[in-house]
Ligand binder design. Structure first.
Ligand code: SF4
Ligand code: SF4
Ligand code: F3S
Length: 269
């Protein structure tokens, strides 16, 4: 890609914590300045764009009107009917319109939609029971649309940058049965975990901070969901530096469709 043929990108924030945006700001390959100056034309992003108010809204709808853009969605979509007006999606609004309404317009004309983070991909913590806002993942709200899921809580910026570059240069990447690019989510965390030799020898750390944990013993009995979780954290790491299990914390399955409500693990192997 060169700066002459950068794809237009619009980035929507729905029900979220902005952790996904925080993660993309820390991309290292390329750095964020190169990403938005050389690789993509980021026409709308509420957290980092200089424009505000009506000027920002204009930038969004001008791009949508023009078409041929990639949509990146952060956050789940509130869908519950609420308020005295019985408004669908009324729990979440931007610029006077519901997130549901805005996302519907943006996804409708996008050449591809990438959900960035588990909230956008599958609902995540926004959808956790009892889910009073009726939050849902994007693909659940817009079945049949070309949607690529790049989950994680937070997701790894490497996987988003790689997905955008793949889409722009080669088209839709191969996806698994829950919409994730196989290139990034084709193996489990456990498949590439450096603690796996201890798992194989039944050497399980008995507690956090124990000598066994520090020696690299397996964290399965402390709640690790690495064997059920598809993501490339052990090989890509965050900022190419560290990842949860290396830091002594179990994988909690943040890139899986059942995160958050299904994230409990009883510690049995
Ligand atoms: Fe925040 Fe996680 Fe949701 Fe991203 S996926 S918005 S980091 S809660
Ligand atoms: Fe597998 Fe988790 Fe143990 Fe690593 S710490 S070997 S991912 S169960
Ligand atoms: Fe998430 Fe597990 Fe990686 S919790 S960040 S998929 S190690």
């Amino acid at each position: 890609l060169t700066s002459d043929n950068r794809p237009d990108v619009v980035w929507l924030h729905n029900a979220e914590c902005t952790g996904c945006s925080e993660s993309i700001l820390r991309t290292v390959e390329p750095y964020i300045d190169a990403l938005i100056l050389d690789y993509i034309s980021l026409n709308y992003h509420e957290t980092i764009m200089a424009a505000a108010g009506h000027a920002a809204e204009e930038a969004l709808w001008e791009t949508v009107e023009k078409g041929k853009y990639v949509a990146v969605i952060e956050g789940g979509i509130p869908t519950a009917v609420t308020g005295t007006a019985n408004e669908p999606g009324g729990h979440g609004k931007v610029g006077g319109h519901t997130m549901l309404e805005n996302t519907t317009k943006v996804v409708e004309k996008a050449v591809a939609t990438i959900t960035y983070g588990t909230c956008a991909s599958y609902g995540g913590v926004q959808k956790a029971a009892p889910n009073p806002t009726g939050a849902k993942g994007v693909a659940e709200v817009f079945p049949g649309k070309p949607i690529i899921n790049v989950p994680g809580c937070p997701p790894n910026p490497y996987n988003l940058v790689g997905t955008i570059v793949h889409y722009v240069t080669k088209g839709l990447p191969e996806l698994d049965d829950v919409g994730r690019p196989v290139a990034f989510f084709g193996e489990t965390v456990h498949d590439n975990c450096p603690r796996q030799e201890h798992f194989d020898m039944d050497e399980f750390a008995p507690s956090f901070g124990s000598e066994e944990a520090k020696k690299g013993w397996c964290l399965r009995k402390l709640g690790c969901r690495g064997p059920e979780t598809f993501n490339n954290c052990p090989t890509v790491k965050f900022n190419q530096y560290n990842w949860p299990v290396q830091a002594g914390h179990p994988c909690i399955g943040c890139s899986q469709p059942d995160f958050w409500d299904g994230a409990d693990w009883d510690g049995e192997t």
